[in-house]
Design a protein around this ligand. Structure first.
Ligand SMILES: [Zn+2]
Length: 404
């Protein structure tokens, strides 16, 4: 690995909480796939026999004091023996992170809060607020359809008021500044959100109109949900578009899920190219839009990042999902996208191993890409060090306006 890459304190700009409980084999395998527990496999079909499974068996056992390639049974026994808190501390501590931006909007069971993740990683953690979650909370409070847009704007603006959780900023689990993550109903941060996230891809797909919806259109859409009653699950082209525009209007960077994810996405509707009209319309505002994941459309995302000044991308989730192929993945994402447009993220969820694997495989991939350029005389050593610093952390600090 290139020394300049090895030394990087990576800024993980998109990640989630990890589980508080121990896992059996099915539970662990279920978190290595986007198919969910039911899709982890049948007898004779194991996620350990996949790229991500082999990456885990190669790199994770030594962190727990076992030899590489140890059997899944030995690995799970060791993991249980150490307990979830120690396993989390080891993997997050070894990921070499300089900061985290944590999506708190998906919590099917209690997860570590941004403050706890930050404390384990020894780095400041910043919450990211999920737009649809906030909209669903407000609609669930059964106010007026006409007042919905203003309420959402006010709450979003309040959520972006200052605060950093955990790690270097506040130390062992103490929350500094605003109240962050855990303890707030529904997982919505009450302050300190550095960005918002849209999951339109999961609900209606990414073919969103570019135009800003009118107040009447938003009120009509809100009214339909209020009339239908709880539980509210926003899946409405007008509302997803309104939510993204509201983030843009407040100057909050907007993360957009694109490409693959859990199996409830219709992947054919998640190509980021479908966002072209909206990206064209939002560009003059100059607020960053960050395309998350993107696989297998990462080349398309690279194109968008090249042609739109405010568009950025990552290859999170896929970086560990493709295991040893991460170098090829990153090289493809960086064919068109300038180095100033690519951000590191793990998209770790549930397993602390995924923080470590995401960071390690990204470092290996970045090192491979930079070494190839060095070998070809394409760039110099100082250039390579600068590019590593940009993609590993500098771009994210600039996009989210985080202190160095
Ligand atoms: Zn995610």
């Amino acid at each position: 690995m290139l020394p300049c890459v090895e030394a990087l304190r990576l800024l993980d700009h998109h990640c989630h909480g990890v589980l508080r409980r121990d896992l059996d084999r099915d539970g662990l395998e279920g978190l290595l796939t986007e198919a969910g527990p039911a899709g982890a496999g049948r007898p004779g079909e194991s996620m350990f026999d996949s790229r991500v499974g082999f990456a885990l068996r190669r790199w994770c056992p030594p962190v727990l004091g076992l030899p590489a390639h140890t059997t899944p049974e030995e690995y799970l026994a060791r993991r249980s023996g150490l307990g979830p808190a120690e396993v989390t501390r080891r993997f997050l501590g070894r990921a070499g992170l300089g900061g985290l931006c944590v999506d708190t909007g998906f919590e099917p069971e209690p997860l570590l809060t941004p403050a706890e993740l930050g404390a384990a990683a020894g780095a400041p953690a910043h919450p990211v607020l999920r737009l649809e979650r906030l909209a669903e909370q407000i609609l669930g409070e059964r106010g007026s359809a006409a007042g919905f847009a203003d309420q959402l704007r006010d709450r979003l603006s309040a959520a972006a008021g200052g605060g950093v959780a955990g790690g270097a900023a506040a130390g062992g689990g103490v929350v500094g500044g605003g109240v962050v993550g855990g303890g707030v109903a529904g997982g919505t941060p009450a302050g300190g959100a550095v960005a918002v996230k849209s999951i339109a891809a999961y609900r209606v797909g990414l073919e969103l109109d570019g135009t800003r919806p009118s107040a009447a259109e938003v009120a009509a859409a809100a009214g339909r949900y209020l009339a239908a009653g709880p539980p509210v699950r926003v899946a409405d082209e007008v509302l997803h578009r309104f939510l993204i525009w509201t983030g843009i209007d407040l100057g909050l960077p907007v993360q957009v899920h694109a490409g693959y994810g859990d199996r409830d996405v219709d992947l054919h509707r998640c190509d980021p190219l479908l966002l072209t009209g909206l990206l064209r319309a939002t560009e003059p505002a100059g607020v960053p839009v960050i395309l998350l994941h993107n696989y297998p459309f990462h080349r398309n995302a690279g194109y968008l990042a090249q042609v739109f000044r405010h568009v950025y991308l990552d290859v999170s989730l896929a970086t560990h999902g493709v295991g040893r192929r991460a170098g090829a993945l990153l090289a493809e994402a960086l064919e068109l996208a300038p180095f100033g447009k690519l951000l590191f993220a793990s998209d770790a969820y549930g397993l602390p191993e995924l923080y470590y694997l995401g960071a390690l495989l990204f470092r290996q991939a970045l090192s491979q890409v930079l070494r190839e350029g060095l070998a070809a005389g394409e760039w110099t050593g100082p250039d390579a060090a600068r590019l590593a610093g940009m993609t590993g952390a500098g771009n994210a600090r600039r996009v989210y306006r985080l202190p160095a």
